[in-house]
Structures are given as structure tokens and as C-alpha cells.
Design a binder for this molecule. Structure first.
Ligand SMILES: Nc1ncnc2c1ncn2[C@@H]1O[C@H](COP(=O)(O)OP(=O)(O)O)[C@@H](O)[C@H]1O
Ligand SMILES: [Mg+2]
Length: 422
């Protein structure tokens, strides 16, 4: 009998996790809560509030699952992993205290500095005049951040001092971000290309995953508004696993040691956001979960047992794990609702997905969909993520767009330049 798993969350990242876990040889069943119409094809779904620690532990006990895998940050911050620990159920994901590395930018900077991990200078403060002094000291471009979670809207990069001091006042005086902005972080600006690296952590040790490049802007040529992510590809030339190996010692292990020393060991996925500056890589931020849509590109390339790896992380033996990677490249194209990231309609019928079911090495991950009387309809800004594998990035790209072209819904918007020119 294989392991029984429960994946928390219901987006494209969780569908990709569920798919990779369902094909892991060590697994017998993958439940999802709440899941979505895509995960429902891979295992049972359960309509509970995944951010409610009592509801999650009750479900995990009832199903007698061996491991709970937490997708999004909200259940982590709500203490779901702490509650599971208390009842003796293994979980892949950090406790609320360790997840503060994402939830508080001041805490993240404090940990980076204490660990001696490379990052830019910063000042965390609730005092307006201290903030203004820091702005003057660091100079332009000015970086002002709300300390807490602000739905991706808490960061302002300004070229003018007046604009930056207005950003300070928005947070500290006008309370634009509520309690998330009652403290702010003023940072040194880091110039260079942005990269992210994912580490599977067990409290002391880490296994790095193949990096992917994502696309944050809504429109081709990196124009338009910031989004949750419009596509991704992997491997990234010049930024493969061999190129980031040194970050395990430079960034991950010191940070894990620092968190463990404070009595809050980090188990789960640690996402390091970095800038490749002229002086080498410097940390921008941490996230406490897999990136979306990078996960939809990375996981289909894993050839070994993902469930074994996540189990090892949850139980403290990740150092013994070897991840096998397919040589193929992967490209993910996100299909979004018209208007996203602004307002958009929902309930729009989706056509053409079923015809893709038979294609080898093509997966359609559900991000924002629901079933309406048996008809699949849109239910979010990012609706689907289409991933294809291929020998080279260009092959995977051709196959991903050929598959994406067969899916239609009114108002569908996607970028046409994901992985182009790679
Ligand atoms: N110190 C910095 N130097 C340069 N760019 C920055 C800096 N801090 C943030 N940014 C830019 O702002 C974006 C969002 O900042 P980040 O700290 O990742 O916050 P969040 O993802 O929580 O909104 C980054 O991806 C980067 O483009
Ligand atoms: Mg970020």
C-alpha cells in the first residue's frame, strides 16, 4: 500500500503538485482540498476551508493521510502546519513562525543579515523621519515596502524622493496597507536580472530544484501591469542546477541554520528571490511556497518520486534524496481572462481541453475554473496553464503554443512571447 496524500489549495500550482504526486510510485491516492476540476480527475476533492487548522486536521485524520502538502501561503500563515504537528500528522510546509520569512519583510531581512547571506542594505521602521533618513542615505531608485502581506501591492520603487516619501506616508500615516504597512522596510536598490531558486528543505538540509524563468507582466515584451505570472520555461541557459549549486551553501544552509537556532526550523519549500547584481547574487525576498507558474513548468520535468522527496523534507532526511530530471525542456503558457489583472468576467464556457487529453507530454493545469452543470467555465483571472515538454526550449515552446491554440473561451488573453528567443 502506497502513501496517502492530501494537497491543500486549488490553483494551477496545486494541480501541478497533485499531478506529479499522483504519478509518484510511492503514492496510492492524492486527495485535494478544496482542489479544482483538474485535480478532481486525479483523486478525491474535499470542499473545506484549507486555511482553517481545525477543518484541515479533522479531514486529514478522517482520511488517515500520511502526508499533507500545503500549496499556498495562507494556510501556512494561519497555522495549519502547527495544528497538524500537534496531532502527529506529517506536513510539507513551514510552521506559522517559520513562514514569517515570507509574511514579514523586516523579519526576512533580519534573518538574511543574521545568517550572513548576501542581500542589500535595509532599514525597518515605523518612524517617518527614520524612514526619510534611510531614503536619503540609500539614494535613488528608492525602494519602500510594507512589512506585511499586502497582496503584491506593498512594494513601491520610485525615482523621485518626493514620490518615495509619499509612499512612506501612504503606509505609515494614511494606513493604505492597514496593519501590513504599520511598519515599512526601506531598501537599497538592487540592479540586475531577477532570478528565483526553489529549495526543498527539511529543517537543516536542502535539495535545490531546476530553476525556471517566469514572466510577470501582462503583455508581450514585458509591457502592461504586474500579474501573478503569465508563463515560464525551464531549463534557463546559464542558470541551470549546476549554475545555482553554490547557493545551497551561500544562502539556503545559513538561513536554515539561523531559523533552527531560533527554535523555528524551516521544513517545506523555500523560494529565494535573487538579483544577479554586478557584485554577485543578492537576496531580494523569500517566499514560503512553490512559485506559480514556475511549478507548472518545473514539476513535469521531474523523473523521480516527488512524494518521496517531500516526505523526506517533512521527516528530516532530505540529504539522502536524489532528484532525477528529464533532459527535456518545458514551457508553460498561462491562459487568462480578458481584463486580468484588472476586473474580468467569470462563468465563461471553456472549450477544447478534452481534445488535448491524448497528447503526450502536454498537461493542462486548472488555475481558475469550475464546473457549472457539467460545463467547465472560467472562475478566476488566471484560468489555465498549458505545459508542454520538448527536446529544446524552442521545441517545448512550439508544442505548448500549438496546444494552447486549441483551447478557447471568450476574452481569452495570453502572452505570445513566453520563452521566445531562448
Ligand atoms: N531592493 C530592491 N531592488 C530592486 N528591485 C526591487 C527591490 N525590492 C523589490 N524590488 C522589485 O519589486 C518586486 C516585488 O518585491 P518583493 O520584495 O518581491 O515583494 P512581493 O513579491 O512580496 O510583492 C521585485 O520582484 C522586484 O522587481
Ligand atoms: Mg516577489
Amino acid at each position: 500500500m502506497g502513501r496517502q496524500l492530501l494537497v491543500l489549495g486549488g490553483g494551477g500550482r496545486e494541480h501541478a503538485l497533485t499531478s506529479a504526486l499522483a504519478r509518484s510510485p510511492s503514492v496510492s491516492v492524492v486527495h485535494t482540498a478544496p482542489g479544482n476540476p483538474g485535480t478532481a480527475r486525479l483523486g478525491p476533492t474535499h470542499a473545506i476551508d484549507a486555511t482553517d487548522p481545525d477543518a484541515v486536521t479533522a479531514l486529514a485524520r478522517e482520511l488517515a493521510v500520511d502526508l499533507v502538502v500545503v500549496g499556498p501561503e495562507a494556510p501556512l500563515v494561519a497555522g495549519v502546519v502547527d495544528a497538524l504537528e500537534r496531532v502527529g500528522i506529517a506536513a510539507f510546509g513551514p510552521t506559522a513562525a517559520a513562514a514569517r520569512i515570507e509574511g514579514s519583510k523586516a523579519f526576512a531581512k533580519e534573518i538574511m543579515e543574521a545568517a550572513g547571506a548576501p542581500t542589500g542594505g535595509s532599514v525597518a521602521t515605523s518612524d517617518r523621519s527614520e524612514a526619510l533618513a534611510a531614503l536619503e542615505r540609500f539614494g535613488a531608485p528608492y525602494v519602500v515596502k510594507a512589512d506585511g502581506l499586502a497582496a503584491g501591492k506593498g512594494v513601491r520603487i520610485c525615482t523621485e524622493l518626493a514620490e518615495a516619501s509619499d509612499a512612506v506616508d501612504d503606509a505609515l500615516l494614511r494606513g493604505v496597507f492597514g496593519s501590513a504597512g504599520s511598519r515599512i522596510v526601506v531598501e537599497e536598490y538592487l540592479a540586475g536580472p531577477e532570478r528565483s531558486v526553489f529549495g526543498v528543505c527539511d529543517g537543516t538540509e536542502v535539495v535545490l530544484l531546476e530553476p525556471a524563468q517566469d514572466y510577470k507582466r501582462a503583455l508581450d515584451g514585458d509591457e502592461g501591469l504586474n500579474t501573478g505570472g503569465m508563463g515560464a520555461y525551464t531549463p534557463v541557459p546559464g542558470f541551470s542546477l549546476g549554475d545555482v549549486d553554490h547557493l545551497a551553501d551561500l544562502v539556503f544552509r545559513p538561513v536554515l541554520e539561523e531559523l533552527a537556532d531560533r527554535g523555528t526550523p524551516y521544513r517545506g519549500l523555500l523560494y529565494a528571490g535573487l538579483v544577479d547584481t554586478e557584485a554577485g547574487p543578492k537576496l531580494l525576498e523569500f517566499n514560503a511556497r512553490f512559485g506559480d507558474p514556475e511549478t507548472q513548468a518545473i514539476l513535469p520535468r521531474i523523473d523521480s518520486d516527488l512524494a518521496e522527496l517531500l516526505w523526506a523534507a517533512a521527516t528530516g532526511s532530505v540529504a539522502e534524496q536524489q532528484v532525477a530530471w528529464r533532459d527535456d525542456a518545458a514551457v508553460t503558457v498561462v491562459l487568462a481572462s480578458g481584463g486580468y489583472p484588472g476586473s474580468y468576467p467569470t462563468g465563461v464556457p471553456i472549450h477544447g481541453i478534452d481534445e488535448l487529453a491524448g497528447l503526450d507530454d502536454v498537461e493542462v493545469f486548472h488555475a481558475g475554473t469550475r464546473l457549472d452543470d457539467g460545463q467547465l467555465v472560467t472562475a478566476g483571472g488566471r484560468v489555465l496553464a498549458v505545459t508542454a515538454l520538448g527536446g529544446e526550449v524552442a521545441d517545448a515552446r512550439r508544442r505548448a503554443y500549438a496546444a494552447a491554440d486549441r483551447i478557447t473561451f471568450e476574452g481569452l488573453h495570453r502572452r505570445s512571447d513566453i520563452a521566445s528567443g531562448v
